[in-house]
Design a protein around this ligand. Structure first.
Ligand code: HXC
Length: 516
């Protein structure tokens, strides 16, 4: 064979691989409002940076007619490229080839890049669009899934793992994204569930659509499985690019620093008026966050789930930080089961990847009720406490208003080794709010008094003077300073300059036993 023919053979094979399941199926994919696996990779990565691995891999199965048809690449595009100039490994399932279903070799391709990602300390991004296990392959396919799950677990805490669900993701297949750090879901074209609508109908007699059962909306508002719900493929890929900009490459590195950007001056100047004089009045904690962090740098995670706690990434003086904040606009900022779990996982992510934590605190306590108690608020609340306790990254707390009861301890208090804790003059650091406290400790005196209303008021003033302020905590050194709201940004930036190289440790252990 002439060299020319050899080159032509390669070109033909490359072209075949690029075409996936063929033009008709690509058209069908587009008609469904979805990009192809390759179009997604190209949009995700910096221009011309993608290098493919395994374009010629074919399945080995010979059953059910698979000996007669095969596609080079076997339904998944794998390789590496760059995002904002930094390397990432990527796999992108190709729905045009056997519905993106996972065969033995398809799994091997994913495992290969995951092994490389762990070895080289490079993040992995998985774009999922698959009918699940390749039905013709039976248990070999299930084995392939387990190989992927195992690597997801091994990579956890070593390199960031990001999943995008951009089509079907059903059955056990959901557990790969579930183990990764963040899940993006595309609205109306993606779904995730352990059992689909037909099985649900048979077992529980419930009638539900795929979208209602496991679409982006369900998982970003009800279950909390998805961290980001995005309107289309392009937004999804841009969202991943933005998220990556806050993250380091691996657990040994720090996130990149970019030029500092002062916050919007109109937001910054409003800080001193944000907290209302009436302690029962809500305000938007996101205004506080945006008035302090670098302009337009706040990227909220889990925006529509458990909104009584706000989490997300931001930058302070160009440095990546993880924000955890109570939100007085929702449930008065109380901690409940969902908020605790949401906060805990985020804190653990930031700690695993050296991203300093900033806590904004206005919390009246844990949410009361049988729902919460029977649902296990004790063990779930403990997760957030545990996460802050074990975190060794630089961590700071700003108490804007309420820091009551156990929630005071939980929200990154000094006692659990926070590095710099400050309060605004509007802070109330106490066991509970004034009215409740007075009704308990002065009940008898108030009942005995000739004028109970007046007595109540007198005791409330006394309590407020004594406890509903930050001064008792400051006297004890439980907070390091009481600062003006408009001083917050500069004080935090200075604090992080000093504590950025903090070295803290935990006792030797095989692993911890986080309350689950
Ligand atoms: C092999 C599959 C496949 C699969 C789809 N295809 N799923 N081939 N194995 N799992 C093929 C179809 O035959 C079809 O081939 C092409 O992909 C597109 O499928 P359509 O049905 O035409 O597409 P659509 O109408 O969009 O429906 C998509 C779908 C549906 C909802 C994913 O295909 C479906 O329900 N598939 C089966 C899903 C499933 O039961 N998977 C196993 C689940 S158990 P042609 O040649 O016509 O293009 C599982 C366990 C994992 O995954 C366990 C891990 C531990």
């Amino acid at each position: 064979m002439e060299n020319k023919d050899k080159i032509e053979r390669l070109e033909l094979l490359r072209e075949e691989s690029r075409l996936g399941g063929g033009k008709d199926r690509i058209e069908k994919q587009h008609k469904a409002g979805k990009l192809t696996a390759r179009e997604r990779v190209n949009l995700l990565l910096d221009k011309n940076s993608f290098e493919e691995i395994g374009a010629f891999v074919r399945h080995r199965s010979r059953d059910f007619g698979l000996d007669k048809i095969s596609y080079p690449g076997d339904g998944v595009v794998t390789g590496y490229g760059k995002i904002n100039g930094r390397p990432v490994y990527v796999f992108s399932q190709d729905f045009t080839v056997f519905g993106g279903s996972l065969s033995e070799t398809h799994a091997e391709k994913i495992c290969k890049i995951m092994d490389l990602a762990i070895k080289n300390g490079v993040p992995v991004i998985g774009l999922n669009d698959s009918g699940g296990a390749r039905i013709q392959e039976g248990v070999t396919s299930l084995g392939g899934y387990a190989e992927v799950f195992w690597r997801n677990s091994m990579a956890s805490g070593v390199v960031p793992q990001i999943s995008a669900v951009m089509g079907p993701c059903a059955g056990g297949a959901v557990y790969s994204p579930a183990i990764t750090d963040f899940i993006f879901m595309v609205e109306n074209t993606s779904f995730m569930f352990v059992t689909g609508p037909n099985v649900v109908k048979t077992v529980t007699h419930e009638e539900v659509t795929s979208e209602d059962l496991g679409g982006a909306s369900a998982h970003s508002t009800k279950s909390g499985v998805s961290h980001f719900s995005v309107p289309n493929d392009a937004e999804c890929l841009l969202g991943i690019r933005r998220l990556m900009s806050y993250l380091p490459q691996n657990c040994e590195e720090k996130a990149p620093k970019i030029p500092s950007q002062k916050p919007d001056s109109s937001l910054e100047s409003k800080l001193s008026e944000i907290v209302p004089a009436n302690p029962n009045k809500p305000y938007d904690m996101k205004d506080v966050i945006k008035g302090i962090v670098d302009q337009d740098s706040f990227m909220e995670v889990h925006e529509n789930y458990a909104d009584n706690i706000v989490i997300g990434f931001a930058r302070l003086d160009g440095r990546s930080v993880g924000i955890v904040a109570n939100q007085p606009l929702s449930l008065a900022g109380c901690l409940d089961i969902d908020a605790s779990v949401k906060g805990a996982r985020f804190v653990r992510f930031c700690d695993a990847f050296n991203i300093p934590l900033v806590v904004f605190e206005d919390v009246p306590g844990f949410l009361p009720g049988t729902d919460q108690e029977w649902g296990g608020i004790i063990k779930h609340g403990a997760k957030l406490l545990y996460a802050f306790c074990e975190a060794t990254v630089p961590k700071v707390t700003v108490i804007t208003r309420k820091a009551y009861g156990g929630a005071y301890d939980v929200m990154n208090s000094k006692h659990i080794r926070a590095d710099y804790n400050v309060a605004w003059p509007t802070a109330e650091i106490a066991v509970m709010g004034t009215k409740g406290a007075v009704e308990i400790i002065f009940r008898r005196e108030i009942l005995k008094s000739d004028n109970p209303a007046e007595a109540q008021k007198k005791f409330e003033d006394e309590y407020e003077q004594m406890f509903a302020n930050p001064y008792r905590a400051a006297e004890r050194g439980y907070i390091d300073d009481i600062i003006l709201p408009e001083e917050t940004r500069e004080k935090l930036i200075k604090a992080f300059e000093v504590i950025q190289h903090k070295a803290d440790s935990v006792p030797r252990k095989k692993h911890d036993n986080l309350p689950l």
